[in-house]
Design a protein around this ligand. Structure first.
Ligand code: DX5
Ligand code: ZN
Length: 220
């Protein structure tokens, strides 16, 4: 067993068979379930809300890793916590109340995570880095699954890694977007330890278990 945390994004699951697909994923050595929340404002796409988190919570015992791509996330974190989120990650971009929001996520009993888009430099994280349990470095522009990994994000992951080491933080670096058995190593070598994948897991030609195994085997 290696030291990576694989988080399966249900954005690419077949929603007509969500229970079945999530149970199949949970029967493997998968670590977390990633839930992509999109509001059609912060990102062009609209996806799912607390109701789906609550549904996943009934289907699986795995930790639920909720990625909020929404405006004013502070208005909704309580509903996501109540629905069963274990990790709640919010974007730095466009969130003037980010410091308070991260405090509130922790006060609600969840692990707070901060997310930065490809166009946002690592330096903005400095004032909130000691408040978070996870830093999510986006390796695609958020909004859709099935996009291509941006290799230049490896440098940003390495920067975040050294910023975390400087403050003796054990926060996890997560990477999200275009993670496949070909791209996962570049992110791992840069310092990421949690990997989100939608297409590589739920659309793997040999099935969900094969998708999870091929990601894990790629970094063994
Ligand atoms: C993108 C989402 C990702 C997405 C990943 O906005 O945050 O979690 O589902 O999809 P893949 O793994 O297909 O790039
Ligand atoms: Zn995501």
């Amino acid at each position: 067993m290696n030291n990576i945390i694989l988080s399966a994004s249900i954005l690419s699951a077949d929603f007509a068979r969500l229970g079945e697909e999530l149970r199949a994923a949970s029967a493997t050595d998968l670590d977390w379930v990633h839930i992509d929340v999109m509001d059609g404002q912060f990102v062009p796409n609209i996806s799912m809300g607390p109701f789906i988190v609550e549904t996943c919570n009934r289907i699986t015992d795995l930790p639920l890793d909720v990625h909020l791509m929404i405006q004013q996330p502070e208005r909704h974190i309580q509903s996501f916590a109540k629905a069963g989120a274990d990790w709640i990650s919010v974007h730095y971009e466009g969130n003037p109340n980010i410091h308070r929001t991260l405090q509130e996520i922790r006060a609600l009993g969840c692990h707070p995570g901060i997310v930065i888009n490809p166009g946002t430099p690592a330096a903005v994280l400095e004032s909130v880095l000691d408040m978070v349990d996870l830093v999510l470095v986006m390796s695609v522009n958020p909004g859709f699954s099935g996009q291509k990994f941006m290799p230049e994000m490896a440098r940003k992951i390495a920067q975040v890694d050294s910023m975390l080491k400087q403050i003796n933080s054990s926060a996890i670096i997560q990477v999200d977007g275009g993670i496949t058995s070909e791209t996962i190593c570049a992110a791992y070598d840069a310092g990421a330890r949690s990997f989100v994948a939608a297409t590589a897991i739920f659309k793997h030609p040999q099935g969900i278990a094969a998708g999870i195994a091929s990601l894990r085997n790629a970094v063994r």
